[in-house]
Design a protein around this ligand. Structure first.
Ligand SMILES: [Zn+2]
Length: 281
């Protein structure tokens, strides 16, 4: 696990085990606010230990940005902290997360000890403020990657944990393209000093707008190209010829995962467009 300090009291952790997934700590004199956990217990334990090192009493809150396994599996390792998420995360964790964990445990013995935790505190609607030790943190509902997505904005330091709303390539397989575009536009309106992606690197102020615009362009591009394949009516095979580079992004980050996510996006969009026309996928 890599650790980086992005402002006086804010730390970012990046997994060295799985897909460069990130977690964060906002340290305060009254305890730490942890943003997401890491998928495997070993790394999440290190985050918990570091929270105790930088804040008296350790983690007070753990915010889950969304229900996906790679962000949520470590929550049980913070038993004294309240778990905070969007209302929709509760249902998704129970209905989708729980059976998925069982399947994952059958494949990966390291996950055997993982216990899925449901949120203690949830909110509905646009946003919720969280105050601790003189710090104000805003939880912003930002659907698109998933329906329950929450971004975490540390207002004093202008650090945004964008989670999977911003990744080296957007992922819409479990989400909605229009909603994601709207959430990306919202990021562009914030005054962000540092932006923490859900996977990959921390983006600095001068680059945020460019990265956000590249994600929006990518979404426009895959929609246009997949629509053409649907119109041609020759099946889904031509999707394989649409490259991530043609839509303005690179396949290099995340060690091969970008290409997988890109292909999954194309097939998901294709199926949705066919379904919208009343044709079988
Ligand atoms: Zn995700």
């Amino acid at each position: 696990m890599l650790r980086e300090r992005v402002s006086e009291d804010i730390y970012v952790f990046t997994s060295e085990v799985y897909a460069q997934v990130t977690a964060g700590i906002i340290a305060t004199p009254d305890g730490a606010i942890v943003v997401d956990t890491l998928p495997f217990p070993g790394e999440s334990r290190q985050v918990a230990a570091f929270a105790a090192h930088v804040s008296p009493g350790g983690a007070r809150y753990v915010v889950l940005t969304h229900y996906h396994a790679d962000h949520a599996y470590g929550a049980y390792l913070f038993p004294k902290a309240d778990l905070v998420a969007h209302q929709r995360a509760r249902r998704l964790l129970a209905e989708v997360g729980a059976p998925a964990l069982k399947a994952a445990q059958a494949e990966a013995p390291e996950l055997e000890e993982v216990r899925l935790r449901l949120p203690d505190i949830t909110f509905e609607g646009g946003d919720m403020g969280l105050q601790l030790g003189g710090k104000v943190v805003r939880l912003i509902h930002a659907p698109g990657h998933t329906d329950d997505m929450v971004m975490v904005y540390a207002e004093d330091a202008h650090v945004l944990f964008a989670s999977d709303t911003l990744m080296p390539v957007p992922s819409v397989v479990d989400g909605d393209v229009d909603a994601l575009r709207a959430s990306l536009r919202f990021i562009d309106e914030l005054q962000v000093e540092n932006l923490v992606e859900g996977h990959g690197e921390v983006i600095l102020r001068g680059e945020v707008s460019e990265v956000v615009q590249a994600s929006i362009k990518y979404l426009d591009c895959i929609e246009t190209r997949v629509a053409k394949v649907v119109e041609a009516g020759k099946g889904r095979e031509p999707l394989r010829k649409i490259t991530v580079e043609q839509c303005g992004l690179s396949r290099i980050p995340l060690g091969g995962l970008v290409q997988q996510i890109h292909m999954a996006n194309l097939f998901a969009l294709y199926n949705r467009m066919l379904a919208a026309q009343g044709r079988a996928a």
